[in-house]
Design a protein around this ligand. Structure first.
Ligand SMILES: C[S@@+](CC[C@H](N)C(=O)[O-])C[C@H]1O[C@@H](n2cnc3c(N)ncnc32)[C@H](O)[C@@H]1O
Length: 226
């Protein structure tokens, strides 16, 4: 009996040699991310502010526990980049809590939208947080997690991000978490940022250094507007 064309469906087609399998794709992702990140750093050194994405060790320490976040409450991430912290937030965020990532670079924004389905990303500056949340009908955040390179940001941007934080953290238990590299911790611009934050916020805690990150970094926590 002859086999009719079109009746036979091969259940295990041969892999196409030049397309990576999803497993291979996952393994290659850190290398590709490092490459994308580095080329973005070369194009925008002050706003990217680092040569490599954060490790999972730093990402976990920075995100912390999200168990207390209630239904409908919002977690905001500043400067997600290629998304190492976003991945930890996605794992830890309780169901029915909300998330918004605010990213300045369009290449990173596009990558994040493709990679994290069901999570929202805004292309713009964290210094406009008040307008961005109002425009999307979102409440003040319950936590802000920041990957912004404060030490290398221009002073006016640094100051407007701090003003936005004062608005976001006013009359709330929201905490703000960011990181600074240990080797740059004593730099004038890094000290200036901490001094500005100490003028505006009641509570400060330093965690680390997280030595398994390259380079090692401190996690900084602020809460309670003065
Ligand atoms: C040091 S990288 C950190 C990226 C990622 N969070 C990580 O830890 O690997 C800084 C990120 O902040 C973004 N960024 C810089 N200035 C920004 C701003 N004003 N608003 C939002 N994102 C900004 C950069 O494009 C970059 O993705």
């Amino acid at each position: 009996m002859s086999e009719r064309q079109g009746d036979h469906v091969d259940p295990s087609p041969e892999p196409t040699p030049d397309l990576p399998s999803p497993e291979q794709d996952k393994k290659r992702r850190p290398i590709r991310d490092s490459f994308d990140f580095f080329s973005n750093f070369l194009k925008n050194p002050t706003s990217v502010g680092a040569v490599l994405p954060s490790s999972r060790f730093l990402s976990r320490a920075l995100v912390g526990s999200l168990k207390h976040i209630q239904e409908g409450e919002l977690v905001v991430e500043y400067g997600p980049g290629t998304g190492p912290m976003t991945a930890v937030i996605k794992e830890r965020l309780p169901r029915n809590a909300r998330y918004l990532g605010i990213e300045l670079q369009s290449e990173f924004h596009e990558l994040l939208c493709g990679r994290f389905s069901g999570m929202d990303f805004h292309l713009g500056s964290a210094s406009d947080v008040k307008q961005i949340l109002a425009g999307r009908g979102l409440p003040r955040p319950a936590r802000i997690i920041s990957g912004l390179p404060f030490a290398s940001l221009p002073i006016p941007v640094q100051d407007s991000v701090v003003d936005g934080l004062v608005w976001a953290l006013e009359d709330s238990q929201c905490d703000f978490r960011t990181f600074q590299y240990a080797h740059a911790y004593g730099m004038k611009s890094a000290r200036r940022f901490r001094a500005r934050m100490s003028e505006r916020f009641e509570h400060f805690e330093r965690i680390g250094p997280i030595v398994r990150n390259v380079p090692p970094a401190f996690v900084l926590r602020y809460r309670g507007v003065k």
